[in-house]
Structures are given as C-alpha cells and as structure tokens.
Design a protein around this ligand. Structure first.
Ligand code: PHE
Length: 467
C-alpha cells in the first residue's frame, strides 16, 4: 500500500519551519546569559566556529537520513537497511517526548506573561518574584501553596494552539504558521535591538559583547558553547529527521542547512545584543542571567526602568511566545509522525490524545515548582517520590543522556554504517554539486562524534552543569 507522504509546499516553508524549530527559548533566554558568562566576544567567537564545524554537518546528516528514508525517526534507520540502529530513533523520539512535557508548560507561562504585560504590568512590577511565584501556586507572603491553576490554564491554551497547527498538517498547518510566526519574530527582534542599544548606558554592554577576552576561552566555556549549539539547532531529538522526510527530492539540502543554521545563530546573537546591553543600562552588569528566573523575574526590572518599557516588555514576551510555539510544534510533529505512521492512526485524534498526555506530564512539572520555596516538594506521598527531584532526573536523562546518545548514534550511522558516500548520493540527487564532500565526511566521521563524546563524558561523569 503506497500512501503519499506529506511534503513542504515551498522551499521557504521548509526553511522557516526548520528555523522555527531551532529558534526557541534556548536562543533568547539561554544564549545571552551564556555569552555573558563566557566573556562576551570570546564566547561568540567559539560559538561561531562550533556551528559550522559541528552543528552544520550534524544537521545535514539528520536531514539526509530523513529525506532518504522518507520516514519518521524510529523507522528511518531500518528503512535505510540498518535495523541495528533503530535504537537511535527511539532514543531521539523519547527525548522529544519527555522534553515536550515541560517545554509546552513553560510556553504556557510565557503566554501568561504576554497577557500580564498586556493588561496588568503594574502588578508584575510591584513584586516580580512574588508575581512569578503566584502564577505557579505559591503565596510568598503567607508562605503557603495552592493549586497553580493559572499556569495550568495557560499551558492548556498553549497546547491547544500547537494542536490546531499540527492537525492542519505539514503544509497547511506547520508551514503556514511558521510563515507568519517567523517573520513576526524577526521584526520584533529588530525593534527590541534598536531600543536596547540606544538606551543610555547600553554602550558598555555592547562593548562587552564585542570584546575578545581570551582568558575566558577555556575547556568549560567551550563545552558550554558546544552543548548550547546542539540544543539550539534542535539536534538529537528526531526533529530534523522528521522535517527532512517532508523535503522534496529536488531540494538543495546543504544550502537549506546553511540557511537554517545562519538564521538560528543570528537570532541568538541578536538576542545577546538585546539582552546584555539593556540589562547593563538598567540593572548593571550583575543583572545579566539566564533561564526562566531571569526571563520572568529579573527582566521586569529592565522593562520597568525603560521608557515605554511595558510595550517593549509585551513585545519581548510575544517574541518568546513565537519562539516557544514554533519549537513545540516541531517537537510534537516529531512524536506524532511516528505514531501515525507506525500504528496507522489518524492525525487528528492522535494529536489530541498526545497533547492531553503531554499536558498531564507537564502538570507534574508545573505543580512541582510551587513548593520549591518551602519544602522543595509539592506532593509528598508520605516522603515518597519528590517531584522536583523527579523533574531533575528527567532533565538529566534528556539533556545529558538521551540527546547526546541520539546525536552520537546518528553521526556514527552516517559516518560509518550508512557511509558518507551514500549520504552524499542522497544530497546530490537534486543535481546540485556538493563541493564539500571530503570536509563533510571528515567532520561527520571524526569531529562531530568526538565533540558529542566529550560533552557526554564531561557532563555525565563529572557532573558539570553545561546548561
Ligand atoms: N532549539 C530549541 C531552542 O533553542 C529547543 C528545541 C530543541 C526545540 C529541540 C525543539 C527541539 O530553544
């Protein structure tokens, strides 16, 4: 039985969808903080070397596996005649599944902040930390917890938006959504950039980001840049294999890979030039941070002090929202594609069912946040499993075990089992000349696996935090 497989309707559609997956919370709230800690210019330089040498060959490899196999990630390796590698697909699929549970809930929090800046920025500014806690079900003044229904309602809405996009399908849903969302994201980013660098006192921050302090280049910052590149480019999580499988045969994959990587890196770097200078100008250099606490709590101080801050704050959370939505959509599509192909389920019920499961998984995550400030736990089944610990364990499992393992498996597959020669045949099917055959083979066989093994070993065995 031969079914026609979904395909991207246009070249731009694919590029924007893949860039939409890559450009996510990681670019906007992780990269600037990491660049700051890594010494600004020194970190940027390292990152700009890592993306072409490690990120691009790894992405090209994933896309090629997808397009050659015309299959979801779990079945891809078997379809290419190497059933032994099916575990690589399972590992990537599982990582996507676990991550989507919490990524979608964080997306819900972002949506909550869009609403907050649009309607009640005053209450955020009054006490940003208390506001954030309240959303998650913790009353800081009374030191009590309550059911975090606000966060959960917004997470549900966020997932419903994603589900609608996925149900509409690859071309009419994902592609069209990204065609609107990504340009909107670029426009907002540019407006924020102009606002940030023209703030009085922002120059120091700009200078910091451009200064090359070579003493900051060390093994640790290098590893942080490396793992950031993997996360930021959405590698090791089944997504690029799935998105690659919807690529028509005449597409020029090396060029698409280049464009996606350039866009993702550009957004990260520009976000760095939005965040670092504006924090320098308002809170001072010590104010720069990363992650959720920074984006939801510290930045309130920045927007509060800036002329027109509320409107720029609103734009900032809209930017985060688009970034989170397009990434979550890609994660869910990677999971759904497998379920509908393997079990012949229909797209609509599968997506709805999956989103319900993801919502429930994420509830564990959101609910566990509330009690951190008090006992570090939320539900304590008579001192049974502590959920924050459970969440930490999940994060450890995905970021430190599953993602590197799947990335490693994919490059070993392409580099040694399927061989770069076969990959290049697939790449050049469109009739385009691929000039970097030897470079690609060398990178995918030696450089990329070595890089992944180093991240893997260091973060797993030394307990070093790379996030
Ligand atoms: N690349 C996304 C980011 O930078 C994260 C992500 C990883 C999204 C994998 C989807 C899949 O935030």
């Amino acid at each position: 039985m031969k079914e026609t497989r979904a395909q991207w309707g246009s070249k731009l559609g694919f590029i924007l969808a893949a860039a939409g997956s890559a450009v996510g919370l990681g670019n906007i709230w992780k990269f600037p903080g990491k660049a700051f800690e890594g010494g600004g210019g020194a970190f940027l330089l390292m990152y700009l070397l890592i993306v072409p040498l490690v990120g691009m060959p790894a992405m090209l490899a994933e896309l090629t596996v997808g397009r050659a196999s015309q299959s979801n990630v779990v079945d891809a390796f078997g379809k290419l005649g190497h059933k032994r590698f099916a575990w690589v697909g399972w590992v990537g699929w599982l990582a996507a599944f676990i991550i989507t549970g919490y990524y979608s809930h964080v997306g819900g929090w972002v949506l909550r902040y869009v609403a907050a800046y649009a309607t009640e920025s005053g209450s955020v500014y009054a006490d940003p930390l208390a506001y954030f806690y309240r959303m998650l079900g913790y009353d800081a003044a009374a030191e009590t917890t309550f059911f975090p229904w606000v966060a959960l309602v917004f997470a549900a809405v966020f997932l419903i938006i994603c589900a609608v996009v996925i149900i509409r399908g690859v071309e009419d849903g994902i592609e069209q959504f990204n065609k609107v969302g990504m340009p909107a994201l670029f426009v907002i980013l540019i407006i924020l950039l102009v606002r940030s660098v023209t703030l009085p006192g922002a120059q120091e921050g700009v200078k910091y980001m451009l200064t090359l302090d070579l003493s900051k280049v060390n093994g640790q910052t290098f590893l942080i840049a490396l793992s950031q590149a993997f996360y930021s480019l959405s590698l090791g999580m089944s997504i690029m294999v799935t998105y690659g499988s919807y690529l028509p045969k005449e597409e020029n994959m090396p060029r698409n890979t280049l464009l996606v990587c350039v866009m993702d890196t550009l957004v990260a770097v520009v976000a760095g030039f939005v965040i670092v200078p504006s924090v320098f100008a308002t809170l001072g250099a010590e104010g720069v941070g990363k992650g959720g606490g920074f984006a939801f709590v510290s930045l309130a101080g920045v927007f509060q002090q800036m002329a027109g801050g509320t409107i720029f704050g609103l734009m900032f959370y809209l930017l985060l929202l688009f970034a989170a939505l397009t990434s979550t959509v890609s994660l869910i599509e990677g999971i759904v594609a497998f379920l509908i192909e393997r079990f012949h389920w229909k797209r609509t019920p599968t997506t709805i069912g999956l989103c319900v499961v993801l919502f429930l998984m994420g509830c564990v995550y959101t609910c566990s946040q509330a009690a951190y400030p008090i006992h570090g736990i939320w539900f304590d089944f008579a001192n049974g499993l502590s959920f924050p610990l459970f969440c930490d364990a999940m994060e450890f499992l995905t970021d430190r075990v599953l993602i590197p393992l799947s990335a490693l498996g994919t490059c070993i597959f392409v580099g040694w089992a399927w061989t770069p020669k076969t990959a290049v045949e697939e790449i050049t099917r469109c009739g385009v000349k691929f000039r970097l055959v030897r470079t690609f083979s060398f990178l995918i066989r030696f450089v990329v696996p070595a890089a992944v093994i180093v991240i893997f070993a260091v973060s797993l065995f030394t307990g070093t935090t790379l996030s």
